[in-house]
Design a protein around this ligand. Structure first.
Ligand code: HEC
Ligand code: HEC
Ligand code: HEC
Ligand code: HEC
Ligand code: HEC
Ligand code: HEC
Ligand code: HEC
Ligand code: HEC
Ligand code: HEC
Ligand code: HEC
Length: 341
């Protein structure tokens, strides 16, 4: 059976698509024949062969079981006859697993997993209205195709509620099933260019004098963001720890717990004092000078948490403006209540 398929498909290839397109009838016959052989192979559900069987060295007729209704699926080998280049590329992608693994049902295999059942398209010689082609369909409809399999994965199960999902960004805006620049992850573009297509304003963040090294290849946008969404501010990654968990993955020394915590680090998180991408201010601070930052909270203004510095702090003097030369352990300390060490 297998060898006959090989023979059959080799014959198909020899004949080539040119012939197929010029003679829809011939192709139709080949298509049906191959569909039958494959159908038999995959499902062990033999069907009768049409009378006008061409001379392609088909196998002996297997014993016929009682006939079943014809499946709307024809199998990807049939698509290959007319879409050979797309098939060849497809065979190199991760999606080939849907064919090679027995885990996937007929409706989940190969081309038809995404494009839907293809029998009518094939039998009509390639009528484009008889196949789901993505093009021209609504984004929700397109994404639903992909999510049918991928929504079960933790990384993506919140896609529909994500900023991207709610804003009608399509899987296909970032992934290309047939002509990716990177076969790994089927990316339509390399990072970070992919993101800058829509978030161009972020590019300048990463060209500032103080920055995380995304452009230098030290990390990627997706180190901190899950492009498929999540429950955190700005689709940042770590669910349980909130926005900061992602920062603490690399800056473990800031995590604590400390005997003496600096309240805002724990209560407000890193972003109350730092910008995450890049800044003109040293240490990625939200303010150009350290004391400006500290005095936002450490003032006498009622309603703002943070004690006023003792009177001997003459903050007009440069010596006192550099608060962290004395209060060194500003993220928390295990030895000193005032963070001197
Ligand atoms: C009989 C030859 C033939 C077979 C077999 C075939 N197709 Fe096609 N297909 C065509 C032709 C012809 C077109 C139109 C191409 C064009 O317009 O450039 C087409 C177009 C398409 C399109 C694009 C529709 C559009 O709107 O542009 C998709 C998607 C497609 N085929 C999928 C499949 C899938 C999936 C299979 C297997 C189930 C398959 N085809 C099998 C001939 C075939
Ligand atoms: C993972 C889902 C997926 C699989 C598997 C898949 N396609 Fe597609 N296909 C798409 C999407 C999405 C588009 C829309 C254009 C794009 O994003 O590349 C498309 C577009 C097409 C087109 C029309 C555009 C073009 O490039 O000419 C054809 C024809 C086609 N697919 C045929 C096939 C065939 C044949 C197979 C199997 C070998 C297949 N597809 C497997 C998702 C898929
Ligand atoms: C029939 C189920 C199914 C459908 C439908 C499906 N996929 Fe997949 N996808 C898979 C499987 C299986 C893998 C391989 C996973 C693995 O390697 O563990 C995969 C892998 C991927 C990968 C990772 C590729 C890699 O190199 O690791 C991307 C990206 C992807 N799919 C995107 C899509 C997009 C976009 C669509 C819709 C156009 C789609 N998928 C539709 C089953 C599916
Ligand atoms: C905003 C861009 C974007 C959108 C929209 C998007 N993805 Fe992705 N996806 C990526 C990037 C970037 C990666 C590479 C992995 C990484 O860097 O984290 C990826 C990786 C993947 C992977 C493989 C890696 C893994 O996590 O296992 C799959 C599968 C996948 N995406 C499926 C989908 C599906 C399905 C959709 C639509 C529901 C979708 N993606 C929408 C950008 C996107
Ligand atoms: C096709 C366009 C498109 C692409 C490509 C794209 N995004 Fe988005 N993104 C959007 C839209 C639209 C929104 C929602 C509106 C907004 O906040 O701009 C959004 C929102 C976001 C948000 C949330 C913003 C907030 O205020 O909460 C983040 C974070 C984000 N995108 C990161 C990324 C990353 C990382 C990539 C690359 C992997 C990427 N995006 C690629 C269109 C895109
Ligand atoms: C070091 C971690 C990190 C990296 C790397 C990173 N981001 Fe962010 N990004 C964040 C955090 C945290 C926020 C939320 C800031 C806040 O609290 O509002 C954010 C916010 C955003 C926002 C929404 C708010 C805004 O500034 O407009 C977008 C869009 C965004 N990032 C896109 C990107 C893109 C695109 C890349 C890659 C070029 C990237 N990010 C790289 C951590 C990061
Ligand atoms: C993937 C690891 C990683 C993640 C995640 C990360 N950082 Fe960084 N961060 C670094 C590295 C590496 C540097 C050193 C900068 C350089 O390359 O010069 C740095 C530098 C810094 C600096 C000091 C800059 C300077 O001028 O000395 C601050 C502040 C900072 N990060 C805060 C954050 C915050 C806030 C977050 C979360 C939004 C975060 N980081 C997430 C790796 C990371
Ligand atoms: C109350 C404001 C504040 C908060 C909240 C804060 N930082 Fe800082 N951080 C600073 C200041 C001020 C400096 C500069 C210290 C100096 O001048 O030596 C700094 C410096 C840094 C540096 C570079 C120097 C070093 O000590 O390694 C990193 C990395 C850093 N912070 C990470 C973080 C992370 C991660 C968080 C969240 C867990 C965080 N910061 C929360 C104020 C803060
Ligand atoms: C976002 C607000 C905020 C910022 C910014 C901030 N702090 Fe604090 N700080 C607090 C709060 C709240 C406490 C604890 C309660 C209190 O002091 O009344 C505290 C406690 C302290 C303490 C311990 C004294 C005490 O009374 O417990 C010192 C020392 C301190 N901060 C120094 C600084 C320095 C130096 C900076 C600038 C690098 C800074 N803080 C930035 C809010 C802030
Ligand atoms: C020359 C070293 C030095 C510098 C610079 C400095 N401090 Fe202090 N600070 C101290 C000392 C010493 C104390 C403890 C005084 C005491 O024990 O009563 C203190 C105490 C504090 C307290 C604690 C008040 C309380 O509740 O007990 C705060 C808040 C504080 N400083 C904030 C700041 C801020 C904000 C800056 C920058 C504008 C700053 N300090 C700069 C030495 C310094």
């Amino acid at each position: 059976m297998t060898s006959s398929i090989r023979l059959l498909s080799r014959t198909m290839r020899d004949l080539g698509c040119a012939l197929a397109r010029s003679s829809v009838l011939a192709l139709l016959i080949f298509g049906i024949a191959l569909g039958i052989v494959l159908g038999t192979e995959q499902t062990m559900r033999p069907r009768t062969r049409p009378a006008a069987m061409p001379n392609v060295g088909a196998p002996r007729e297997p014993r016929l079981a009682p006939q079943q209704p014809e499946s709307p699926y024809v199998g990807s080998e049939t698509c290959k006859m007319c879409h050979e280049d797309l098939y060849a590329h497809f065979a190199r992608t991760a999606h080939f697993l849907t064919i090679s693994s027995p885990k996937y049902m007929e409706s989940e295999k190969g081309c038809e997993a995404c494009h839907g059942p293809g029998r009518e398209h094939v039998e009509s010689g390639g009528d484009v209205t008889k196949i789901f082609a993505f093009r021209g369909r609504s984004v929700s409809e397109q994404n639903a195709r992909c999510l049918a399999c991928h929504e079960r994965q933790e990384e993506r199960h919140n896609f529909r509620q994500s900023e991207h999902g709610l804003s009608q960004v399509a899987c296909a805006d970032c992934h290309s099933s047939h002509s990716p620049v990177l076969i790994e992850d089927l990316l339509a573009k390399r990072l970070p260019e992919l993101c800058y297509e829509c978030h161009g304003e972020i590019r300048q963040d990463f060209t500032k004098p103080f920055r995380h090294r995304v452009h230098e290849g030290g990390m990627s946008c997706t180190t901190c963001h899950n492009p498929h969404g999540g429950f955190n501010v700005a689709q940042t990654r770590d669910v349980l720890g909130g926005t900061d968990a992602i920062c603490l993955k690399c800056h473990t020394d800031k995590q604590g717990p400390f005997v003496f915590e600096h309240v805002p680090v724990k209560l407000e998180g890193c972003a109350i004092c730092h910008v995450p991408h890049g800044s003109n201010n040293p240490r990625l601070l939200t303010r150009p000078r350290v004391h400006q930052l500290c005095l936002e909270c450490h003032t006498a203004t009622p309603g703002i948490l943070g004690s006023e510095p003792p009177a001997f702090h003459d903050i007009r003097q440069p010596r006192f403006q550099s608060c962290t030369t004395c209060h060194v352990k500003v993220h928390g300390s295990n030895v000193n209540r005032l963070f001197f060490q």
